[in-house]
Design a protein around this ligand. Structure first.
Ligand SMILES: *[C@@H]1O[C@H](CO)[C@@H](O)[C@H](O)[C@H]1NC(C)=O
Ligand SMILES: *[C@@H]1O[C@H](CO)[C@@H](O)[C@H](O)[C@H]1NC(C)=O
Length: 958
């Protein structure tokens, strides 16, 4: 078996290996630098009580899975009384134990010490929580629809069981981690569920797309997500989450039904990327989830539940209601500032109102920062008593002012990173008292006809914190930068020399997509060595999606790179986002100590490449199958044309590389500019900037095909030696069809139908075929040298009926021409290559099956994996290939008009266009193509029992 020797082929193989390594390394770069994680570990004293009464009378899955109740040791009694149930659903390979961080936090928030109610909850209607968790034995639900359905069925029964222990009409709160969130969604519609909080859940796109039944579950859930009235909130970890691309976690924001997405980088008080597993224990997230759950228990209406979720898992897009009555400011109870003057109050004391005049006729914006205190009840978790309210006032007679509360257009808690420390602080993150409240409102539309003042009213100031406010025209810099202009290098933007509290920089035309990452480098003026403001050091805010915001402190070099990225739009995810526009906000307290005057924007290539790898993994596998089937199409073309000697795989690869590959590269880049819907091909809707990705991934896919052939070469070599050794003894050729063959084939199919999943049978086929390739003669010379080499391994050999003498096998010498031997060998090797590439599509379920066997035994139903037709074409083909002495494939008279080889072109099209989003379709298409081949080209000979070409012709003549 020669290796390909064209230099280009060799080069592409090596190129793909290097690319895979580079992509892998850049993925690590993404994890470490794009959205770093700063999470405090949580501590608890867990115990778990097995719910033994939830037994086979409740669910048929009682032996497979289990249900546990969490209790914090020493803090609460084991009784269930007057409490509110919560159910935690773990994800793929997850454990019920993951409930402990959130449940422990709920207990320690509700009680201040064991059995003592916390002052926060005294006199409130809130109840303690009982956290239940389902245990799925770390089943791999993400890869296997039926496993997910079993888990869903078990969870639905568990909910019925849990609620049977509570007063009638009790509803349950559901927390789902990762695929657990998908299971939670598939429990709907249900009137037993209060609300669902999902963490790092891929709602929109299955992470593993090899099983059609997963897709069906997702299709059903899509309808639920659109219309079911149960509130659902999705927390996403952002780029730090390497298990799922976070764009699949985004639920479009809606009020009815209530749907929210909160990125942990935007979550107030967290401001950090959170990894996939870390999401359940990251302290900054878990206490908020626990707190929301505590208050959800009392929320009876859907609106109220929405408000609780909005309040505790807030990213700044929800405002508390304002119900302060209009008020009159008496003479001497206020201080008036001059126009454009900045209010700066350091460690204020007492009660005071400051009036800032609004200049009429020009655009004016109020920017207010309050550190440590609260504005409209928005504050750090542990605030000082300082309370600031914002009023809009007009003068009346007698030097008094009539004031009303002013509604904010922005009201959120922003971080105030500590100078000299990384942000977020690794392993620590933000502290409970950290954060500055930002209040902004556009004043240009209010009360322009009369002189107007903005009142900043301080209450209960006790010498802690600071307040800064200014009414000033908006500072917006608009730059027309396109991503193509960044290819040549960075683009710099000069910031105006103002001491504005808030400067906006808009790149309206810049591409904003999950596949691109930009680096921002600021140039900073400072008097010292540290960029340190007295109040708020300059902070860059990048709001890339209504739900996704990132905060970056502007630092002197060397600092952590500021990498701008987004999760929407993204490949294979439908969204209404336009994909244009990068909007930055520079916030600071406007001091002179630390000011950025130029920011430079460039493409961050390493991080960008890291974004591609995780999104195009399935695409590359699917495209490789498409390429292999193109290569086979070529082989069948020359064999149909009656070329005497077909090419070896090595020759095919070389030929493809020289003759077809350049066209494929060109074609794919042109095709990637066709504005297809996001589900197809590259998934970029024809965005021209991404069109080079298509040839790049085609090259990697083809290179991987070459590498896989090297791998097969290495694998077959020892197999060949083995088969020479063990089968060197004289074997009789099992030749032709017999009753025994029929019986054993039916037995195998029955076995697949009843016991083993077809994926296992497929692996068996692959293995048998590999042995066939290793043991059959490669060329006439081979077979002449050692005739015993033409020994055939067949599926039936181990079968008792065929083990002994073979009474009804056709006998007599079969002439096999040297050409035919070589041609069959070539066909077999090409087939082996194709089947090897199909393995990734079948293997995940195989792994699930083995795992499930290990944990749950043979009792487990693997419904739907016994569809024999999925594997039957391969079974017959492999069996035939292992025994035929005639030509493997010969064009038959049935194909006079159209050759069945064109079915391989269909496989290619499916693999290129549909495969990336629905990889299982590629297997289906290949199965059909092979099925047609078997029916048309082997079928008659198989059932005639004429395995050699000579016999076939004889049969026809009769
Ligand atoms: C399940 O548990 C209940 C209560 O302990 C018991 O009455 C019932 O017989 C059990 N059912 C099975 C099938 O074990
Ligand atoms: C439960 O709800 C139903 C329908 O809303 C109501 O008729 C019934 O009285 C409620 N039962 C209790 C115990 O609250």
């Amino acid at each position: 078996m020669p290796l390909p020797h064209a230099r280009a082929t060799l080069f592409l193989g090596l190129f793909s290996l290097v690319s895979v390594v580079v992509l892998y390394l850049s993925t690590l770069d993404v994890q470490n630098n794009l959205s770093p994680q700063g999470c405090r570990m949580s501590r608890m004293s867990p115990s778990y009580i097995l719910q033994t009464e939830f037994n086979a009378s409740w669910t048929s899955l009682a032996n497979r899975y289990s249900l546990w109740l969490y209790r914090e040791v020493g803090w609460e009694s084991n009784m269930i009384h007057g409490s509110q149930p919560v159910l935690f659903i773990p994800g793929n390979a997850g454990s019920s134990r993951q409930v402990r961080s959130i449940s422990s936090s709920a207990v320690r928030q509700f009680y201040s010490s064991p059995h003592r109610l916390s002052p926060n909850f005294e006199g409130t209607p809130f109840k303690p929580l009982d956290f239940f968790a389902v245990e799925f034995n770390e089943d791999l639900s993400a890869f296997h629809g039926p496993t997910m359905e079993s888990e869903t069925a078990y969870t639905a029964n568990a909910i019925a069981y849990i609620l049977s222990m509570y007063p009638p009409n009790t509803t349950i709160i559901i927390l789902g981690h990762s695929m657990g969130g998908v299971i939670a969604t598939s429990l709907l519609p249900s009137d037993k569920i209060t609300a669902i909080i999902t963490m790092s859940t891929p709602h929109l796109l299955p992470p593993a797309r090899f099983d059609q039944r997963i897709d069906q579950i997702y299709n059903r859930n899509r309808l639920v997500l659109e219309s079911d009235p149960t509130p659902i909130l999705s927390i996403c970890g952002g780029a730090t989450d390497m298990m799922i691309p976070s764009e699949s976690c985004i639920l479009e924001r809606k009020d009815a039904p209530f749907r929210r997405t909160v990125f942990s980088s935007a979550l107030e008080g967290a401001w950090t990327g959170v990894g996939h597993q870390e999401m359940v224990w990251c302290h900054q997230v878990r206490w908020r989830v626990a707190r929301a759950a505590l208050e959800l228990g009392d929320a009876t209406s859907v609106e109220r539940r929405g408000t609780v979720l909005d309040r505790w898992l807030r990213d700044g897009s929800w405002f508390p209601p304002i119900d302060a009555p209009p008020q009159l400011l008496e003479r001497h109870s206020y201080k008036i500032l001059s126009e454009n003057e900045r209010l700066v109050l350091d460690r204020p004391r007492g009660r005071e109102t400051y009036l800032l005049p609004v200049v009429s006729g020009s655009s004016a914006r109020l920017t207010l920062y309050v550190s440590q205190g609260s504005v409209l009840s928005i504050s750090p978790q542990i605030p000082v008593p300082l309370d600031v309210s914002v009023l809009i006032c007009q003068a009346t007679v007698d030097e008094a002012f009539e004031c009303e509360s002013l509604e904010p257009s922005v009201l959120k808690l922003i971080p105030n990173p500590i100078p000299g420390m990384p942000f977020p602080v690794p392993h620590e993150g933000c502290d409970e008292s950290e954060g500055v409240v930002l209040f902004e409102v556009d004043l240009s539309s209010t009360h322009q006809d009369r002189p107007t003042w903005v009142g900043i009213k301080l209450d209960r100031a006790n010498g802690f914190g600071w307040v800064i406010a200014q009414v000033a025209p908006e500072t917006v810099i608009v730059r027309d930068v396109k991503i193509t202009s960044l290819l040549a290098g960075g683009v710099s933007t000069h910031l105006p020399d103002t001491r504005a509290l808030h400067i906006s920089v808009h790149f309206d035309n810049l591409l904003s997509n999950a596949l691109t990452v930009y680096r921002v480098s600021p140039r900073i003026f400072t008097s010292g060595t540290e960029c340190k403001e007295n109040y708020l050091s300059p902070l860059l805010v990048h709001r890339s999606h209504p739900a996704e915001t990132h905060y970056f402190p502007l630092r002197l070099a060397p600092h952590r790179d500021i990498l701008l990225h987004t999760h929407s739009p993204a490949p294979y995810i439908d969204t209404a986002m336009s994909g244009r526009g990068v909007y930055l906000d520079l916030l600071s307290s406007g001091g002179d100590n630390c000011r950025a005057d130029v920011i430079t924007l460039e493409i961050a290539w390493t991080a960008t490449a890291g974004r591609w790898a995780s999104r195009y993994f399935t695409t590359i596998i699917s495209w490789a199958i498409g390429i292999v089937s193109l290569i086979m199409l070529e082989l069948w073309r020359i064999s149909d044309e009656g070329v005497v000697l077909t090419s070896t795989v090595a020759q095919s690869l070389d030929f493809f590389c020289r003759r077809r590959f350049p066209a494929l590269l060109l074609g794919s880049s042109v095709f990637s500019m066709v504005p297809l819907p996001t589900n197809y091909f590259l998934g970029t809707k024809g965005e021209p900037f991404f069109s080079p990705l298509a040839p790049l991934f085609m090259a990697i896919a083809f290179g991987l095909v070459v590498v896989s052939y090297w791998f097969l070469f290495a694998l077959l070599w020892p197999l060949r030696l083995l088969s020479k050794l063990s089968l060197g003894r004289s074997h009789r050729e099992i030749n032709g069809f017999s009753r025994a063959t029929a019986i054993s084939m039916s037995l195998i199919l029955l076995f697949v139908f009843l016991v083993i999943p077809w994926q296992v049978a497929f692996l068996g086929c692959w293995f048998v075929h590999a042995v066939t390739c290793a043991s059959r003669p490669r060329s006439a010379g081979d077979s002449l040298k050692s005739p015993s080499n033409s020994v055939i391994i067949s599926l039936m050999e181990s079968h008792p009926h065929t083990n002994g003498e073979e009474p009804d096998a056709p006998t007599g010498p079969v002439d096999q021409s040297p050409l035919q031997i070589a041609n069959n060998y070539n066909h077999n090797m090409h087939l082996l290559l194709l089947m090897t590439w199909l393995l990734p599509l079948a293997a995940p379920v195989l792994v699930v099956w083995i795992r499930t066997l290990a944990t749950a035994g043979f009792t487990t139903p693997f419904d739907g994996d016994h569809f024999v037709l999925n594997v039957a074409p391969f079974l017959f083909l492999v069996d035939f290939a292992s025994r035929t002495t005639g030509p493997l494939f010969e064009k038959t008279r049935l194909e006079r008009r159209v050759s069945v080889r064109w079915s391989l072109l269909v496989v290619t099209v499916v693999a290129f266009v549909y495969g990336p989003k629905q990889a299982y379709l590629v297997f289906d298409a290949t199965k059909l193509a092979i099925g047609l081949m078997v029916v048309f080209r082997i079928g008659t000979r198989y059932w005639d029992g004429s395995f050699s070409g000579a016999n076939a012709r004889r049969t026809i003549r009769q």
